[in-house]
Design a protein around this ligand. Sequence first.
Ligand code: ATP
Ligand code: MG
Length: 649
Amino acid sequence: MADATIAERWIEPPLQAREHTLCDADTYEAMYRRSIEEPDAFWDEQAARLEWITPPETIADWSFDPVAIRWFTGGTLNLCHNAVDRHVAAGRGETIALIFEPDDPAGEVRRITYAGLQREVIRMANTLKQLGVARGDRVTITMPMIPEAAFAMLACARIGAVHSVVFGGFSPDAIAGRVEDCASDWIICADGAVRGAKPVPLKAHVDAALQKVAAKAVLVVRHTGVDVTMVAGRDHWYHEASQGVAEDCPCEPMAADDPLFILYTSGSTGKPKGVLHTTGGYAVWTETTFRYVFDYRPGEIYWCTADIGWVTGHSYIVYGPLQNGATALMFEGVPNHPDHDRFWQVVAKHKVNIFYSAPTAIRSLMREGDGHVTKHDLSSLRLLGSVGEPINPEAWRWYHQVVGKGAVPIVDTWWQTETGGIMITTLPGAHPMKPGSAGRPFFGVCPQLVDGDGQVLDGATEGNLCISRSWPGQATTIYGDHERFVQTYFSTYPGKYFTGDGCRRDEDGYYWITGRVDDVINVSGHRLGTAEVESALVLHPRVAEAAVVGAPHDIKGQGIYCYVTLNVGEEPGEGLAAELRAHVRQEIGPIATPDFVHFTPGLPKTRSGKIMRRILRKIAENDFGSLGDTSTLADPSIVETLIDGRQNR
Ligand code: ATP
Ligand code: MG
């Protein structure tokens, strides 16, 4: 519907991207076809880039009904070996693996080579062993964005322990809930963290969490130097406990379907789920997707701005880049400190070539104006990426034009914690881009759009996004609750994996995520995705961000309720509300005309930066009592502001 006005244009990949790509359009077609027609042969070939201790006997070994997902059965390998040791063994030990850029722009940059990484990971692994951590044990890691967070993850993978990374900014309750859920006896944390010069008392949070749940040991990395309480017998300083540990530590041979990590989802749609990923499939999926989507070339600097506490940080700061021998930047800070140009200053400082970020960050920087971007030399950039939410075409254009100077492709990558890695995206150089569309399925991915009754819809259409076949990166269960796994993803449409997202497919076979299925608004019998209306609002020059939900409406059944934040310096008012209504009507059509416009200084977002529409829906419905699980909200105080705004209408 909105195509014609919002995203009318194809954008061809720039010539330089087409010339250097690993995969051009024809190669993509041939590889995609083979991945579907001969999946075993295809994935066997991709998996061969990894080093296996024992090669797999069976490649794909899965069923969606009953649900049992296994890949590369019979194979054994160690992911830490593949991410670290094999590069050192191949003579690439002096290549930089991680560049650490601290929160304070004047702070010390750390550069860690693959050989250095190997030493650090071994030190951490032997320290964990000494504390009693054994294969199969769950280890909670709650850390700032410092290299030790990656060392800790890789050390767990090395000794066969299962890591559960909990975002370093979470409250004691949120930490306790996750420690308890996966019965994790060990915790790795830092004394404190700083984000945008604001201190976070990490160890104190862990102490408070451990008032509610027990742990055998807490390993504390000294980072900010803040005073902490150490409980004798339970708490250990890393720099002390690691003294004198052995300098070698063999990589534990892991079965391909042995657990690698548990990670809790963002909680946008409900209580976070402890998604479990296994070793072999996840290793192959992150290695392959990183290789083709980011088209990485030796010597390049790659930067993913996600936090290690989210799946994006797992797959595209740690496991994907390191398996490819890449140089990945880790940034401790935030986009708007000390000023709104911090990202661009870091890009210029480290000559970043590949930059992977999220719509929430892009929109928040866009509202501050172009000057913060244009004052820096961003000519090193070769590829831009986006993940986490649908990117509004207006934000896409700004990213493309102002950040990428129109000369750099953008990959808009759709995926989920449960998918382990990227599922739908254009490939740079291979595919023209359409602002707001994620693009085409990655190798081995079979998207299907189905209607409410589970009928598969063909051609250009809109429906609920399912995946009809397993892929190597697929999560195998929810930790400790396989029934919830089956219920959540496989019961709505038996025999298919249901993503929970709504989606449109256009005549070119491009996929457009329209929002969460639960958020679809039904206006007088017409179904409207939230993304579409939000994108129309963001297109207005005075609007920074918008979130749209359905609200009860006497005549239409559901009315369109829009929460709107404005660009810096803009004032809300009835006149502007009327203008926005007319604007959306013009962009999409009369059916999408907003019924309510609620100006707000901010939106409720998860810690991973996603808009939590389920809370907005409750507020729009005047139902303030039962807001559900809000433990993953970044700023809970915004809820009060929104309720006040609602009550004063
Ligand atoms: P929960 O499952 O707990 O509700 P969540 O779904 O937000 O939380 P994640 O796994 O972090 O947790 O996010 C995955 C979701 O993010 C996808 O289902 C989709 O709705 C959205 N998403 C991610 N990338 C994109 C993208 N490129 N375009 C559109 N939507 C995206
Ligand atoms: Mg989800």
